[in-house]
Write a protein that binds this ligand. Structure first.
Ligand code: RB5
Length: 145
């Protein structure tokens, strides 16, 4: 599985920690490459676009709160980005929303919690059923753009 990984400066440390943890995946790192201040839309959009275009299967984006990365990732057609602050929310974002981009809040999450969330997120399948109807509606509204 090909993973698009990106952060800004506030998510850099967590991104680097997860990069080594994700050694079983084919990880494409869209930056940033240092804790030097930068703008999250630049790395976030590029990584999310790789998922939207099907060049990567899933994405993980990290900024300080996770909010900026969520906003930018969800601008990309085909991306369903979910800000996950717990293992339960990560599980539900896969089961109910078929999230294909995981967003983490770098300034508010320790690496051990992030690893648990990542494990859960990758091992949880979409539930389908009634949720398909809802995702189809999102797609319909997306097609209006
Ligand atoms: C950077 O200071 C911070 O604004 C950014 O990481 C993120 O939290 C934005 O939503």
């Amino acid at each position: 599985m090909k993973i698009a990984l990106a952060s800004d400066h506030a998510g850099y440390q967590l991104k680097e920690g997860l990069k080594s943890y994700l050694s079983n995946f084919d990880v494409i790192d869209f930056g940033t490459d240092s804790p030097q201040s930068m703008d999250y839309p630049d790395t976030g959009f590029a990584a999310a676009e790789a998922v939207g275009k099907g060049e990567c299967d899933k994405g993980i984006l990290i900024c300080g709160t996770g909010i900026g990365m969520s906003i930018v990732a969800n601008k990309v057609i085909g991306v369903r980005a979910a800000l996950c602050t717990s293992v339960t929310i990560a599980k539900l974002s896969r089961e109910h929303n078929d999230a294909n981009v995981l967003i983490l809040p770098g300034r508010f999450m320790k690496i051990d919690e992030a690893k648990k969330i990542v494990d859960t997120w990758f091992s949880t399948e979409f539930d389908g059923g009634r949720h398909i109807r809802r995702l189809n509606k999102i797609k319909k509204y997306e097609d209006r753009r």
